[in-house]
Design a protein around this ligand. Structure first.
Ligand SMILES: [Mg+2]
Length: 265
């Protein structure tokens, strides 16, 4: 606690529950992006959602009045493909339980889409999940493929409902294999370390801004950077104050955060 927001020069920004809910921008979202760009602060929009490409996020943000270039967006799908590209042999086979955007990222990096014979099983959010996909993933892992999870979110909040997310799909595969996935997205560290490398800031002047204690805040703490919670998404102030390691800063919303940053920056 006790971090001065005026010392922050690099910001990782979670999107859902911070910049928008569903397809509606939250108050202050466009102002925050404009402020980061005006001040020439380092920033990266980080999301655990692997079902959209960077270009699709750019279009979604543009539709809500935010102009952000593709290279300022890091999805868990992009982070997973980059992580594997550093470790796997060129042309390694991957079995994907996930949507087209995730497949595209892996293909772009030179991976070959395989079946049971794959070297890796990558599981993310998949709204077209079938029993066959679960079975092939299970068989590949039982045959020795490494099990990678894009992100661990068990649920995904839609405008009115909460539906199963990537974590629920991984849980089904874990039940069938007794193997836990290596998680790339928040709060896993591989994705956040990539984000910090891309930003190039020092941990002392870098923070993550998010709406979830269990992913954004825990992930930021594990990565050794400052943490800022806004109360426009999932977690409440009561939950934040009751948890073992509360976030460094808590703001009701983005306008309150921006007012404070402008005052102290
Ligand atoms: Mg969020």
């Amino acid at each position: 606690m006790g971090v001065n927001i005026g010392s922050i020069r690099n910001l990782l920004v979670d999107m859902d529950g911070v910049l928008y809910r569903g397809h509606t921008a939250l108050p202050g979202a466009a102002d925050l992006i404009a402020y980061l760009q005006e001040r020439k602060f380092g920033y990266l929009l980080v999301t655990n959602n692997s079902t959209l490409t960077q270009a699709q996020f750019v279009a979604r943000l543009a539709g809500m009045g935010m102009s952000v270039p593709e290279d300022r967006i890091l999805t868990s799908g992009v982070a997973t493909a980059a992580y594997l590209a550093r470790r796997a042999a060129p042309g390694a086979r991957v079995y994907v339980v996930g949507e087209q955007a995730l497949v595209d990222e892996l293909v772009k990096r030179g991976f070959v889409m395989g079946g049971r014979d794959s070297d890796y099983v990558v599981a993310g959010w998949d709204k077209y999940l079938t029993y066959d996909k679960l079975a092939t993933a299970t068989l590949a892992i039982r045959d020795g493929a490494q099990f990678i999870g894009t992100n661990p979110d068990k649920t995904y909040p839609l405008e009115r409902d909460i539906v199963p997310g990537a974590g629920s799909i991984q849980a089904a595969i874990t039940a069938a294999t007794d193997v836990e996935p290596l998680i790339i997205g928040k709060p896993g560290t591989p994705g956040l370390l990539q984000a910090l490398e891309l930003l190039g800031g020092r941990p002392e002047d870098t923070a993550i801004l998010g709406d979830r204690l269990d992913t954004d805040i825990v992930g930021g703490q594990q990565a050794g950077i400052h943490t800022i919670l806004v109360l426009t998404g999932i977690s409440t102030r009561e939950e934040a104050l009751a948890c073992g390691q509360p976030p460094d800063l808590i703001y009701s919303n983005l306008p309150a955060l921006l007012a404070d940053w402008r005052d102290r920056g």
